[in-house]
Design a protein around this ligand. Structure first.
Ligand code: NAP
Length: 492
């Protein structure tokens, strides 16, 4: 099917003039600066957006702080109603939002459409949770006193998000923050601000009061970050991104003792035991490994396969992988889009050559994709006889590269799976129910998919252990990240 890709870009972005969304209006940067957003599939310029600096960030903090008392006092049912309206408008505009996401991020349209629905589901879910913020009345050991436990909004929060899920990472934070009664200042990643600013329009259109949601695009995160961390009025920072930056932010938070939620990097093991349903395991491994061209924090990064089915698994996995179509995410048959940028490709090249140098076999791919206008396409790669000491298993590859590591025993694979400083997602396939419980209890990861390669939903408490983060997003506990617990002791 032939599509006029340039025409699609014009249709989406011609005449669009995004500003930073501050205090209910879209504004140019105070210093007039802009920066370019480009399409990772072509390298073409999509649009220039205002480049927020320290004074824009301060204006957003002022707006969020001014809006806070009224928003906290707004009935939960009204906050919930606005969240549901925003979710409904996102779904109504799903095609436009998905197209803009594919243009700036590269992922295939089917994934972008899926992400918009997933992103909207956080607003709907937390609309429900807004109406279920309970307190407690507790007996006191003194008979003439009672304790009332109150849960109230933390206050102004700053939300920093990465490029790989431009909509869902934002709503997974904004949903609970707004539901709890917090006001927010958001900073999307430099590569993908357009989806976030489109969401700003939606929050504006459905009637969130001025200052409740603020969204700032910036080419340099530091003026934003330095401003929010120095400001006592910002009571919490929620960050999704790399562990390296997360550690910097933990240090920054000390100055004004801010609450922190951190969703950081992973190094997910995907374990296939001899007794697994082979076809389901291959399908699951492919879905987990290659979503968003392997650029997700929960991607299978190390695929462990028990020796008895290793050859069968490898052949089937490689055959299915070779059939995946690489191309521009706007084309309907594309399964693997581009990498976000050239440094991402350099990391993959480093990992693949390290694996080769250490004796692994490249079954498939191992090279940049030949039809490669922007240099960012990588041929889906399967590496046979990989091992846990190779770079590809030590670090997040963040690309369409699948190392298949053989193992013999359950104990051996658990030691290897847990032998990482990261603890976000993990997966295993088996038909043995006892093993399901045994292995789940021993895996040191916040998310475990047993015979399930795509476990993320708004109702589940997403998050990592060890160096993969602090706190949970989603689920019934997700709103707690945005609530302070206070108590009142009442003398009778
Ligand atoms: P990143 O470099 O850490 O950037 C994430 C965000 O932080 C961006 O908005 C970035 O702004 C900003 N940032 C960078 N340096 C900063 C600093 N010194 N102070 C304040 N903000 C700063 O991560 P990424 O490369 O965009 O995303 C990939 C990483 O995110 C991977 O490790 C992945 O595993 C992780 N991730 C985790 C989850 C999860 O839920 N656990 C979900 C998705 C992704 P700029 O864009 O302007 O640099």
């Amino acid at each position: 099917m032939q599509l006029d890709l340039a025409q699609i870009t014009h249709q989406m972005l011609d005449g669009v003039n995004y500003g930073n969304y501050i205090n209910g209006e879209f504004r140019a940067a105070a210093n007039g600066k802009v920066f370019d957003v480009t399409n990772p599939a072509t390298g073409d310029l999509l649009l220039s957006v205002p480049d927020a600096g320290a004074s824009d960030t301060l204006a957003a903090v002022d707006a969020a702080y001014a809006a806070l008392p009224a928003w906290m006092a707004t009935p939960a049912a009204t906050r919930a109603d606005l969240l549901r309206k925003a979710a409904a408008l996102m779904l109504e505009r799903r095609e436009r939002l998905a197209t803009i996401m594919t243009l700036e991020q590269g992922k295939p349209m089917t994934e972008s459409r899926g992400e918009i629905a997933y992103a909207a589901s956080f607003l709907t879910w937390f609309a429900g949770e807004a109406e279920r913020i309970y307190g407690d009345i507790v007996h006191n050991s003194a008979p003439n006193k009672r304790i009332f436990v109150l849960r109230q909004a933390v206050g102004v929060v700053a939300l920093i998000t990465p490029w790989n899920f431009p909509a869902a990472m934002l709503t997974r934070k904004l949903g609970p923050a707004l539901a709890a009664g917090c006001t927010a200042i958001c900073k999307p990643a430099e590569q993908t601000p357009l989806t976030a600013l489109e969401l700003g329009r939606i929050f504006q259109e459905v009637g969130f009061p001025a200052g409740v949601v603020n969204i700032l695009a910036a080419s340099d995160p530091l003026p934003f970050s330095d401003t929010i961390f120095a400001d006592d009025r910002v009571r919490k920072v929620s960050f999704t991104g790399s562990t390296e930056v997360g550690k910097i932010l933990i240090r920054n938070s000390a100055a004004t003792v801010k609450r922190m939620s951190l969703e950081l990097g992973g190094n997910a093991p995907f374990i296939v035991f001899d007794d697994a349903d082979l076809s389901a395991a291959v399908t699951g491994a492919i879905a987990s490994k290659f979503r968003n061209a392997g650029q997700t924090c929960v991607c299978a990064n190390r695929i462990f396969v028990q020796r008895g089915i290793y050859d069968q698994f490898a052949d089937l996995f490689a055959a299915k992988t070779s059939a995946m179509k690489v191309g521009n995410g706007l084309l309907p048959d594309t399964i693997i889009g581009p990498l976000i940028d050239l440094p991402a490709r350099e990391k993959i090249e480093r990992h693949v050559s390290d694996a080769k140098a250490h004796g692994a076999d490249i079954m498939l791919g191992g090279l940049p994709y030949p039809e490669n206008p922007s240099g960012t396409f990588w041929t889906p790669t399967v590496i046979r006889n990989a091992s846990s000491d190779m770079l590809v298993a030590q670090e997040e590859t963040f690309g369409p590269v699948a190392p298949l590591i053989p193992f013999d025993t359950e104990d051996e694979v658990l030691a290897q799976a847990n032998g990482t400083p990261f603890g976000l997602a993990s997966y295993f396939y088996t038909r043995d129910v006892s093993r399901v419980m045994r292995v789940a209890e021993k895996l040191e990861f916040g998310i475990i998919g047993a015979n399930d390669a795509l476990p993320s939903v708004a109702q589940a408490p997403f998050g990592g252990v060890k160096q993969s983060g602090l706190g949970r997003e989603g689920g019934a506990v997700g709103i707690d990240e945005y609530l302070e617990v206070k108590y009142l002791s009442l003398g009778l």
